[in-house]
Design a protein around this ligand. Structure first.
Ligand SMILES: [Zn+2]
Length: 237
């Protein structure tokens, strides 16, 4: 059983280097006994970094989600199963994605409060985030108004807290957002991780988050495009 330690690390910036053992080597990657790496998911890119042992080292590409987290490595032949390794996560990459992911919580929450918009998709890329919103009335959307409000809130400096709550506690909480995807989580998972940005957002989430939203620089909307009936795709840097 591989320990997924990114879920226990909060704030999710500056992930630690860690030592562990290679449990299995596949054609294109390596499984580790435990890992702090964030696997791609929920619009947030996976971590990447360097695995090394006894003077040999290899970069690993974006780690992927699954029952076990795969660390993609090209030259797997330099490693052996059972090797004790040091894993160093690219923290510049992680920190940027952590800030962008936390900013997306704020943007989605404010879009919901201002326009009753639902976030139906999102993807973080190199320097921009794309959010697909569905609106009861998309004519209400105002890019200047929402970016001003999001930036005011980022400056306000709310703390980001992590809770471990039961499905019941989550589904019965009156301020909870984004619970519809919970059907897709196996019913054997009884306790879920909930992210709270104090006074702003509350939702189940496995991503990585800053400790306080004042750490996030202001956002700037780059484009707003129609994505079909009632939907807009908003891209901001
Ligand atoms: Zn999150």
């Amino acid at each position: 059983m591989q320990e997924k330690l990114h879920l226990k690390q909060h704030p999710g910036i500056n992930p630690p280097s860690f030592e562990t053992t290679i449990s299995e080597i596949l054609d294109g990657g390596i499984y580790l006994d435990k890992t702090y790496c964030y696997p791609r998911g929920g619009g947030q890119p996976g971590d990447r970094g360097i695995i090394s042992t006894g003077g040999k080292s290899s970069n690993f590409g974006e780690v992927l989600s699954g029952e076990k987290i795969l660390h993609p490595v090209q030259d797997t032949e330099i490693f052996s199963e059972g090797d004790n390794i040091l894993c160093e996560i690219d923290s510049v990459w992680r920190n940027k994605n952590t800030m962008m992911h936390t900013a997306q919580h704020v943007f989605s929450a404010i879009a919901n409060d201002m326009f009753k918009a639902e976030t139906v998709g999102n993807q973080i890329s190199e320097s921009t985030t794309r959010i697909d919103l569905w609106f009861p009335d998309r004519e209400l959307f105002d890019a200047v108004e929402i970016s001003t409000q999001v930036n005011d809130i980022l400056r306000s400096g709310a703390d980001v807290l992590i809770h471990q709550w039961s499905r019941n506690e989550i589904l019965s909480h009156k301020n909870m957002r984004h619970t519809n995807f919970m059907d897709r989580i196996p019913s054997s998972v009884k306790i879920l991780r909930v992210v709270e940005i104090e006074g702003i957002d509350l939702c189940p989430c496995a991503g990585t988050h800053v400790g306080n939203i004042s750490e996030i620089p202001p956002i700037s909307i780059e484009s707003v495009r129609s994505k079909g009936s009632g939907k807009l795709r908003v891209t901001y840097s």
